[in-house]
Ligand binder design. Sequence first.
Ligand SMILES: Nc1nc2c(ncn2[C@@H]2O[C@H](COP(=O)(O)OP(=O)(O)OP(=O)(O)O)[C@@H](O)[C@H]2O)c(=O)[nH]1
Length: 209
Amino acid sequence: MVQHCEALGRAVQVVNLDPAAELFSYPVMADIRELIEVDDVMEDESLRFGPNGGLVFCMEYFANNFNWLEESLGHVEDDYILFDCPGQIELYTHLPVMKQLVEQLQQWEFRVCGVFLVDSQFMVESFKFISGILAALSAMISLEIPQINIMTKMDLLSKKAKKEIEKYLDPDMYSMIEDSTNILKSKMFKKLTKSICGLVGILLFNWYP
Ligand SMILES: Nc1nc2c(ncn2[C@@H]2O[C@H](COP(=O)(O)OP(=O)(O)OP(=O)(O)O)[C@@H](O)[C@H]2O)c(=O)[nH]1
């Protein structure tokens, strides 16, 4: 992504906000692991967190120390900054930290846009697709910012799945239920599925490969 932006002549920087990130092969202007790391939290005898609790602890610590981010960002002008965030969905659905981050960035006069990434292999069947949509929708409702939804890792799909996934890029939700051979179509869930599809149809939810 950085290479793509640079090719377009845009100044772009990356900030790692995943305290559990391992190796990455690109330079970052700031790295949350300088502030706090999941491994350290998990190894702390007094805290005794597992990976998920550790991640939440780190992000809450981060939210209480946004001045670290302010100092790390320094003075940026018209640059694009990619904030690479952790993948745990609860951070975007019901925990307050990412919303607090958005509000903080907006106070610093950033124009914030969310990019919601889902592995395309988790989207190729109707029931998975609807589940992915609902996750994306939760994040949109919770963060209240413009959001681009992207299916990633298209290169890992089989030829058949690649063809199949085309219909999900600009989906006709009602025909999707009819195509479906699974539980979504069962008598018990049909009404619920129809309501969800109606909602998604109203939102004109588009996905980008
Ligand atoms: N083949 C292929 N591999 C990819 C692609 N995008 C990411 N990967 C690889 O998939 C692995 C996991 O990366 P991501 O899915 O970005 O996940 P992550 O950022 O490590 O973790 P979370 O942010 O917590 O979800 C890494 O080894 C990436 O190099 C892609 O488009 N195609």
